[in-house]
Design a protein around this ligand. Structure first.
Ligand SMILES: Nc1nc2c(c(=O)[nH]1)N[C@H]1C(S)=C(S)[C@@H](COP(=O)(O)OP(=O)(O)OC[C@H]3O[C@@H](n4cnc5c(=O)[nH]c(N)nc54)[C@H](O)[C@@H]3O)O[C@H]1N2
Ligand SMILES: Nc1nc2c(c(=O)[nH]1)N[C@H]1C(S)=C(S)[C@@H](COP(=O)(O)OP(=O)(O)OC[C@H]3O[C@@H](n4cnc5c(=O)[nH]c(N)nc54)[C@H](O)[C@@H]3O)O[C@H]1N2
Ligand code: SF4
Ligand SMILES: [Mo]
Length: 764
């Protein structure tokens, strides 16, 4: 299959609209402001937009539905604490166009599926619940009560609760997520895959094993105080824009920044703070002191090269390692060193693709700085050896004692605005026994202790018809997961697919035999319940839990909250069998938080603490050098160099985000920071690789991946000559998810390896 299931192929004329320009170095500035205003005025009411902008990320306001970057604890700009992409996320959610029953009456499911993701998203906000009966071509309206009953009937008809899969995307608030996992566990399964499985699951695995907590250890203030910040496999100008303001502060305070990335991403190179008009006129701050153009998946090799040189210097001078920290707080140093010594420096540096000169520049900084923070995102987490990537950077921090002290530590930068909170409150297919015990003690039922399905396992189970009902709380499963053709068949094999969503997406159009669309309130909308407008809460990337409360009127009266959906379905499914009083929660979300306070550690006095204007920090052992690992210490690990070699003519492809999307939601067709406009079906290639294949910019190529003797194809991509290391190339997610093999995933964590797909290109 060459396109997303059912999507129409592009004609060559359509490709003529593409514009390719020189990539800019600088990010943000005036064009960012212009861009976000443009987006807002195109799709939503401008008065509403203004109301939202001044409340977004303010104390007592509502949390940006974009990424999980934290808000400052103290001073917040009165001009607004948001960025271009936060505004876009909000404009997308609050689109003034609504989709009612007439839309579905006039458009067959198959016709809608032939549209691009961009066109599907621009259809509007979902306004009322819809049902697709078996064999029907069109969705039809359904009442909430009947919809709950349909779900309940399907679930209760299963031979075994493990035949149902309950997916979560990371926008769901703590309150809805806690109730959802409680319902799933009382129903009798642990099948709780979530978007985290495709995202930072690898970070969670590596950090739990080495530092005893699956989250990062730093807070915003540490970033301001760090002497060295390494930003690895991350594109903050697009995906976490306000992180650049924090990095600007690091620099102002004398800290250095190293960016390790196959691409010279704008913003990392230079950044103009939109809240600083003077800077905007003078051209901005140069952020990265050293840019390391690493080869894709060259990170273990590069970090090993750094570790080898640190060891060499330590043996010479005895003053490089933080021995006090190592002796008191770590385990496994000797084994780690003896393994490290089996590697050759030149071989490691060669495998990283980095020049000696650049290496030396980074090495000098690492050697001489005591307070080091390493930040990372998908460039490190989406490889087969991704867990090793993260364990290796932890080794470096441990040698330098750069953990659990001011200005130092781990900083996995999380994606969705509440992906971290969802896991904290129990969205976890392999939750710890202690958590399950607390559920049992509080509610009086015994949760399943089986390891539930993660995303990849869920797809296999549905394909093999071992799972028959798919339920998605948010997200766009079919476009987010790998191996689109196989995964589409998996969905089609289900008896029922259900999506709780704000916007129409492809997962509503690639369905099981029957399907339901359950539209819910968005983050910015007032959630009216019996006790008044409800407050909810979310946890950001740095473990701060804060409140969020909608401020706009709901766009349709037929919408209900995620909490109400979960309670309604739980009540309809479990009925009098249930040990939980499901209907009480939706009237008053304080009751949900009282339960969370009893069941989840770190949430004592939740309702009180949430009233603090900046929210509250959850406990974090690594931050205070209490490592809750098996050894009771921080663990060094031995990690192998990845053992992959490209076959002749193969390239290694990373699937990345453009500047105009939020995951599978496509805001527009431009990638301003990479100089590409009006087109997403592009492949960024090294110019020498192009020459070898007699390709020029603007040529159209077909892509093919071969893995374990299965061939996958994606056709019609425009070549863009780019500054990317040799043998590497980049395309956009989700267009090339068809090429990502389901069997290629990170060991231990099962995160799809969507940043290292081997492909060949053929000119059309
Ligand atoms: N506007 C916007 N914001 C978002 C999102 C969005 O789609 N749009 N998505 C949200 C989500 S869920 C997430 S998880 C985050 C994602 O945030 P990022 O991880 O920044 O997103 P990606 O586009 O996947 O970028 C990966 C970066 O890693 C680099 N990279 C790829 N392979 C390698 C490698 O092998 N080594 C190294 N060193 N670098 C590599 C790429 O060049 C790219 O710069 O953003 C969140 N925020
Ligand atoms: N090839 C490749 N694949 C990837 C990645 C990659 O880098 N490369 N990245 C992976 C990553 S990091 C992630 S996180 C996943 C993302 O996977 P998902 O989280 O499943 O995908 P999203 O695109 O974020 O989901 C968007 C949909 O969520 C719904 N939605 C938005 N807001 C709300 C809300 O408030 N409530 C509810 N109920 N629904 C809402 C809307 O209907 C919207 O269409 O994709 C993964 N897939
Ligand atoms: S950085 Fe992330 S959370 Fe902050 S305003 Fe931008 S998109 Fe929203
Ligand atoms: Mo993510």
């Amino acid at each position: 299959m060459s396109l997303s299931p059912k999507e129409k192929a592009k004609t060559s004329e359509e490709f003529l609209k593409i514009k390719i320009t020189q990539r800019p170095e600088n990010s943000v500035g005036f064009s960012a402001i212009k861009n976000s205003i443009g987006q807002v005025s195109k799709y939503m009411n401008v008065t509403d937009a203004f109301k939202l902008a001044i409340k977004m990320n303010q104390k007592g306001g509502f949390d940006c539905p974009g990424c999980a970057w934290p808000d400052p604890d103290d001073e917040r700009s009165s001009l607004g604490e948001y960025c271009e992409n936060g505004m876009k996320a909000m404009a997308e959610e609050m689109q003034s166009k609504l989709i009612w029953r007439d839309f579905f009456k006039n458009n067959a499911v198959d016709d809608l599926a032939s549209l691009s993701d961009f066109e599907i998203g621009k259809s509007g906000r979902l306004a009322e619940p819809m049902y697709l009966p078996e064999g029907a071509t069109h969705y039809q309206p359904i009442s909430w009560e009947d919809a709950f009953k349909k779900v309940a009937d399907h679930l209760n008809a299963l031979d075994n609760p493990d035949e149902a899969v309950f997916y979560t995307s990371g926008r769901t608030t703590n309150e809805a997520a806690f109730l959802y996992q409680l319902f799933v566990r009382e129903f009798g399964t642990a099948n709780l895959p979530d978007c985290s499985n495709m995202c930072h699951e690898t970070s969670g695995s590596a950090l739990s094993e080495t530092l005893g907590i699956g989250k990062g250890s730093v807070i915003l203030d540490d970033l301001y105080k760090a002497e060295l910040v390494m930003v690895v496999g991350q594109n903050p100008a697009t995906n976490h824009p306000r992180m650049l303001s924090a990095l600007e502060k690091t620099k102002k305070n004398g800290g250095k920044i190293v960016a390790i990335n196959p691409l010279p991403e704008a913003g990392l190179m230079k950044f103009t703070n939109p809240q600083n008009p003077i800077k905007m006129l003078t051209g901005g701050t140069k952020l990265s002191d050293v840019f390391v153009p690493i080869t894709i998946n060259g990170d273990v090799a590069f970090f090993k090269a750094l570790l080898l040189k640190l060891l060499e210097k330590e043996e010479e001078t005895g003053s490089v390692f933080d021995k006090e920290f190592i002796n008191e707080h770590t385990d496994g140093l000797e084994d780690f060193i003896s393994d490290l010594k089996t590697y050759d420096f030149n071989e490691c540096l060669g495998a990283s693709g980095v020049s000696r000169k650049t290496f030396d520049e980074v090495f000098e900084l690492v050697l001489n700085k005591e307070k080091i923070i390493i930040c990372w995102a998908m460039g490190l987490t989406q490889h087969e050896n991704a867990v090793d990537n993260i364990r290796e950077l932890v080794n470096l921090l441990l040698l330098k004692g750069s953990i659990g002290k001011e200005g130092a530590g781990t900083c996995p930068v999380r994606g969705h605005s509440n992906v971290q909170g969802d896991r904290t409150v129990g969205i976890w297919e392999s939750a710890p026994q202690a958590f399950l015990d607390k559920i049992e003690a509080k509610y009086g039922f015994k949760p399943s202790t089986k390891h539930g399905y993660s995303v990849i396992e869920a797809i296999k189970a549905m394909y093999e018809k071992k799972a028959k009902v798919f339920f998605g709380l948010g997200g766009n499963f079919i476009s987010a997961v790998p191996d689109t053709a196989y995964s589409a068949q998996a969905m089609a094999n289900c008896n029922l697919t259900v999506h709780v969503s704000t916007k129409l997406n492809r997962s509503h159009l690639v369905t099981g035999k029957e399907a339901l669309i359950l539209p819910c309130l968005g983050r910015a909308e007032k959630d009216y319940q019996k006790t008044g407008v409800q407050t909810q809460s979310v946890e950001n990337s740095m473990g701060v839990v804060s409140s969020t409360k909608g401020i706009l009127e709901p766009c349709s009266e037929a919408l209900i909250s995620e909490v109400a959906v979960v309670c309604g379905i739980a009540n309809a499914t479990l009925k009098e069998k249930s040990k939980v009083n499901w209907l009480q929660y939706k009237d008053d979300y304080n009751l949900v938080r009282d339960d969370i306070a009893e069941v989840v550690s770190g949430f004592a006095n939740y309702n009180q603490k949430l009233k603090q204007p900046s929210g509250f920090y959850l406990p974090n052992g690594a931050r205070v050098r209490e490592f809750k690992t098996k050894t009771g210490k921080a663990n060094f690990t031995a990690n192998k160099l990845p053992n992959w070699k490209l076959k002749e003519n193969e390239l290694i492809m990373m699937t990345i985000r453009s500047h105009d999307q939020f995951n599978t939601t496509i805001y527009g067709l431009d990638d301003r920071y990479r100089g590409v406009f009006n087109e997403r079906r592009v492949i960024f290639m090294n110019r020498e690789d192009m020459k070898l294949r007699s390709l020029d910019t603007h040529d159209v190529v077909n892509l093919k991946s071969e893995y374990n003797s299965v061939t996958r194809e994606a056709n019609n991509f425009v070549v863009v000559g780019y500054d990317i290391p040799k043998n590497c190339c980049a395309t956009y997610f989700p267009e090339t998810n068809v090429l990502v093999p389901l069997d290629s995933f990170a060991h231990t964590a099962k995160t799809p390896a969507s940043k290292s797909v081997r492909i060949t290109v053929t000119k059309v």
